[in-house]
Design a protein around this ligand. Structure first.
Ligand SMILES: Nc1nc2c(ncn2[C@@H]2O[C@H](COP(=O)(O)OP(=O)(O)OP(=O)(O)O)[C@@H](O)[C@H]2O)c(=O)[nH]1
Ligand SMILES: [Mg+2]
Length: 298
């Protein structure tokens, strides 16, 4: 008779300030590009579930928006999304950058962590950017402020220390059954992930307020019979007509580039050839309008 393998399963939230590498870490753990990434802060706007299934464990990771002192209604909503990921979970990974200064956003997060009785682990990311000797004092500084079960030094970008982190997570999850079938890597739809890829290209190719004024809505998503081609129409929504002009660019060049970059990634995601049409539309001040935020997925 085959010996039954003991299975552990549970939920792990990745939280931290904007831009510390939470989404990069999620993708590194999964070995898949699931969550979008940019050099700019506040890229992630909703919780992204990433499911890792191995013979001995199923770990459900939650990538979250960066926690920061938000002022606008939209940013408050985004931060609230992250805070929701502190409940009904087994482990919190608090991700920070390897710099001495602990800023206001971090102080606020540490306060939340200290109020929570969930297992907390400190993950110092981007260690490829500093000398090893500098890390000791950073570990000491954070450990003074909160009782972490364990501290990890990783580079999500270089996939350094990620395997060890995963091993320690698995050890600490309760014994239990799977929440999802083996072939699920996320609970997000292909439509959602497609819209996110387009939004990532806008984030990477535009500047100042433009990326923060952009939402993407999939208008139509059709797989052709035979399953070799998907025909997708998406709307890029901006707040002002001037931003519409920027996204389209001179002679439509920028929109073309956004479309080309996005199509390549969407084809990889879906494993299909993709025919992608992009349209740009102004929806005046949508980030300040509760109904429109909802309509665009926030
Ligand atoms: N050098 C280095 N850069 C990294 C590492 N991890 C992430 N980055 C970079 O940091 C930037 C932000 O990464 P994201 O993964 O988007 O950060 P995030 O925490 O998800 O950001 P928000 O969604 O805005 O909260 C990107 O330019 C990444 O390439 C790392 O280990 N080393
Ligand atoms: Mg992110």
């Amino acid at each position: 008779m085959e010996k039954a393998v003991k299975l552990s399963s549970g939920f792990v939230s990745i939280i931290g300030r904007p831009n510390v590498g939470k989404s990069t870490l999620l993708n590194a753990i999964l070995g898949e590009k699931l969550s979008i990434i940019s050099k700019k802060p506040q890229t992630t706007r909703t919780r992204i579930t990433g499911i890792l299934t191995e013979p001995d464990a199923q770990v459900i990771f939650l990538d979250t928006p960066g926690i920061h002192p938000a002022k606008s209604m939209f940013n408050k909503k985004i931060v609230d999304e992250a805070l929701k990921a502190l409940e009904h979970i087994d482990i919190i990974l608090y991700l920070v950058e390897p710099y001495i200064k602990i800023n206001k956003a971090d102080e606020a997060i540490l306060e939340l962590l200290n109020k929570s009785d969930v297992t907390k682990m400190l993950v110092i990311n981007k260690i490829d950017t500093v000398h090893r000797e500098q890390l000791l004092s950073i570990v000491a500084k954070y450990s003074e402020k909160c009782d972490f079960e364990k501290v990890f030094l990783v580079s999500a970008l270089k996939n350094d220390g990620v395997g060890e982190l995963l091993g320690e997570i698995k050890k600490r999850l309760p014994e239990g059954s799977k929440y999802y079938d083996d072939d699920y890597i996320t609970d997000k739809s292909e439509r959602f992930l497609t819209a996110e890829i387009i939004r990532e290209k806008v984030f990477n190719l535009t500047q100042y307020e433009v990326p923060y004024s952009t939402a993407v809505v999939i208008e139509s998503f059709k797989e052709k019979p035979g399953g070799a081609l998907a025909v997708i129409e998406a709307l890029i929504i901006v707040e002002k007509d001037s931003q519409k002009g920027i996204i389209i660019g001179k002679k439509g060049h920028l929109l073309k580039k956004i479309g080309e970059d996005a199509r390549r990634d969407i084809e990889r995601l879906l494993g299909l050839k993709v025919f992608l049409s992009l349209f740009v539309k102004t929806s005046k001040n949508w980030t300040k309008n509760e109904r429109k935020l909802k309509e665009f997925g926030y």
